[in-house]
Ligand binder design. Structure first.
Ligand code: NAD
Ligand code: TYD
Length: 361
């Protein structure tokens, strides 16, 4: 692992992964390919620990010529594929970009890797790896009494987002089976932490609460997610890159499974504690129950025994610790927030999805 192509490295998890990797002792070069959709921002790449080992390329994973050039020019031996359209609500209002980036884009990237690693100009004598970053949402939804998802749980994606990720997982696996492309896949639960775009539950609640906006809870708020602090996810990916078996998939999760409403209460209480002089204390008063998401998955939970037993990884942060760090990060990074806020796209999204949303009571 020397020259790593990270796709989507200006987004939430990709940028955290780059920060994380550059803090390690590993002497790797990172080529960061990102299209800078609404979800990618240069703000996420400020203050990188070792700028010299990071090359930023603005471009699309669907651009075949660009991909071929990057593999060749930088002698790419490892791909860590984060780039995706990642928000379920957006996939419901407009699935097109999800099909394009998550399915067609992954196909293009697989082709580029296959052509370069197995083609006439191939790297010789170098271990190569295509690592695909995926989600627990490919497994569908659990009822309260179901056991947690394992790597053998059949795929049953429910949202267009989950269906495109399932599709890309299958493509990656098929390239391994058919063309011997060395791959690993990680399926991870909901992440939270610094630099997450405020359309996802946790940053949306923090920023809305700080500004006295309503805190929208879909349906009854009793849906359950398996929350993982993003740094723990980054460490798990690196563990799989270094020690995971090619051809294997690994589940990653946080072992934290509160209902959405509990998470929102925890954030409100943390903000009451940290900002006691805010005019919006108690922040819980801002909670508003709104119309549920269509096809809303009820519960996710990950069984992480495989990665724990075979690779020795497990999360380091409790939910409370992770949430504290996250709230602190948003309170200390006003410039980041200001930059995101001024994005036209963000304003539009807020207006379309929150200002017009009907209260359910
Ligand atoms: P994100 O939306 O924050 O970032 C996605 C990044 O990909 C952005 O920087 C965007 O500009 C870039 N991108 C989008 N389309 C592109 C294209 N066609 N070409 C190049 N770049 C493109 O997403 P995230 O939350 O950081 O998620 C990263 C990956 O992790 C995704 O594959 C997602 O499915 C997976 N994942 C996310 C979570 C989570 O909770 N966020 C959990 C499990 C898995
Ligand atoms: P989200 O962060 O969008 O992630 P995902 O849909 O991939 O799990 O949502 C997390 C949970 O929070 C999910 O059950 C939907 C719910 N939710 C709300 O109740 N209100 C909101 O404003 C958002 C964005 C999500």
């Amino acid at each position: 692992m020397k020259n790593i192509l990270v796709t989507g490295g200006a987004g939430f998890i990709g940028s955290n992964f780059i920060h994380f990797l550059l803090k390690t002792e590993l002497k790797v070069n990172i080529i960061n390919l990102d299209a800078f959709t609404y979800a990618g921002t240069l703000e996420n790449l400020k203050d990188l620990p070792d700028m010299d080992r990071h090359t930023l390329v603005k471009g699309n994973i669907c651009d075949q010529d660009l991909l071929a050039d990057l593999f060749q020019r930088y002698a790419i031996d490892t791909v860590v594929h984060f780039a995706a359209e990642s928000h379920v609500d957006r996939s419901i209002s407009g699935p097109g970009p999800f099909i394009q980036t998550n399915i067609a884009g992954t196909y293009m990237l697989l082709e580029a890797a296959r052509n370069y690693w197995a083609g006439a100009k191939k790297l010789s004598g170098v271990n190569v790896r295509f690592h695909h970053v995926s989600t627990d949402e490919v497994y569908g939804s659990l009822s309260p009494s179901d056991a947690a998802f394992t790597e053998n749980t059949p795929y049953a994606p429910n949202s267009p987002y989950a269906a495109t990720k399932a599709s890309s997982d299958h493509l990656v696996r098929s390239y391994g089976h058919t063309y011997n492309l060395p791959f690993t896949i990680t399926n991870c639960s909901n992440n939270f932490g610094p630099r997450q775009f405020p359309e996802k539950l946790i940053p949306l609640i923090i920023l809305n609460a700080l500004n006295g906006r309503k805190l929208p809870i879909y349906g009854d708020g009793l849906q359950v997610r398996d929350w993982l602090f993003v740094e723990d996810h980054c460490e798990a990916i690196l563990t799989v890159l270094q020690n995971g078996q090619t051809g294997e998939t690994y589940n990653i999760g946080g072992g934290n499974q509160p209902a959405n409403l509990d998470i929102v209460h925890m954030i409100c209480d943390l903000l009451d504690e940290t900002c006691p002089d805010s005019p919006f204390v108690p922040h819980r008063d801002l909670i508003e129950f709104v119309t549920d998401r269509p096809g809303h998955d009820r519960r996710y939970a990950m069984n992480i025994e495989k990665i724990r037993n075979t690779l020795g990884w497990q999360p380091k942060h409790s939910l409370q610790e992770g949430l504290k760090k996250t709230v602190q990060w948003y309170l200390s990074n006003v410039e980041w927030i200001a930059a995101i806020r001024t994005q036209q796209e963000y304003q539009h999204w807020l207006a379309e999805n929150y200002d017009k949303r009907e209260s359910s009571i």
